[in-house]
Design a protein around this ligand. Structure first.
Ligand code: ZN
Length: 217
């Protein structure tokens, strides 16, 4: 195994060759107190894996969903990560994808969660209030995989070993056969909505100082 092969053990060949995996272009500030950086950065799926920890189905479903939401909010294709806040289900995977791609974080009051099942995001531009909701098509992700996930919590330790392996295999098969061959717009729907952002109830919230002086000439 070469160094490179070894390094990519967490990024499957299916993911490496997925034809429609979104690539995100983002703009940030250039220092702890602004201003806007002139350059843009590209974010690939593997960057999200390094942040989140693994290439799960939720990571890819989140990427697909977020790509439509961000395209809608930034038609020029460059996502301003200083100007966004978002909501998702409290899933480790969906929340991480959302935070990485939007810059939204609970501790600055720009990320929150709602107890609503499924893969969805509500994403808002802070400066304009323009808001979109993106949702995954009902039934796209198979119920048999969700049943398997639920089953894990009430089977014996011995059964769990096999079930965890089977579940991962089912998720990977679904990615290979259903998600990766499809374009994001085939199974994810985005629409503009009227939305009033509710204050995030976290008492240690602070000011995000690295965007305060972004517009200084
Ligand atoms: Zn995950």
């Amino acid at each position: 195994m070469t160094q490179m092969d070894d390094e990519l053990w967490y990024w499957s060949v299916d993911a490496q060759t997925a034809p429609y995996l979104p690539v995100f272009q983002v703009r940030d500030t250039e220092s702890s107190h602004g201003r806007y950086a002139k350059g843009i950065k590209q974010i690939h799926g593997i960057d999200l894996v390094r942040f989140h920890g693994h290439a799960c189905d939720g990571l890819f479903r989140g990427m697909y969903a977020m790509s439509l939401a961000l395209q809608f909010l930034f038609p020029d294709g460059v996502v301003d990560r200083t100007d966004l806040r978002f909501l998702s289900r409290n899933s480790p995977c969906l929340g991480d994808v959302g935070a990485y791609l939007t810059g939204g974080r609970v501790r600055f009051g720009t990320q929150d969660v709602r107890n609503r099942p499924g893969v969805w995001y509500i994403v808002q531009r802070v400066s304009t209030g323009k808001t979109v909701e993106v949702v995954e098509e009902e039934g796209f992700f198979p119920h048999e995989i969700m049943d398997m996930e639920a089953r894990l919590s009430h089977i014996s330790q011995q059964e769990k070993s096999e079930a965890v392996t089977t579940l991962k295999q089912m998720q990977e098969d679904w990615l290979r056969n259903s998600l990766f061959p499809s374009h994001p717009e085939e199974h994810y729907m985005v629409q503009e909505i009227d939305f009033v952002w509710e204050d995030v109830p976290y008492s240690h919230k602070g000011t995000r100082t690295d965007v305060l002086y972004k517009d200084v000439p």
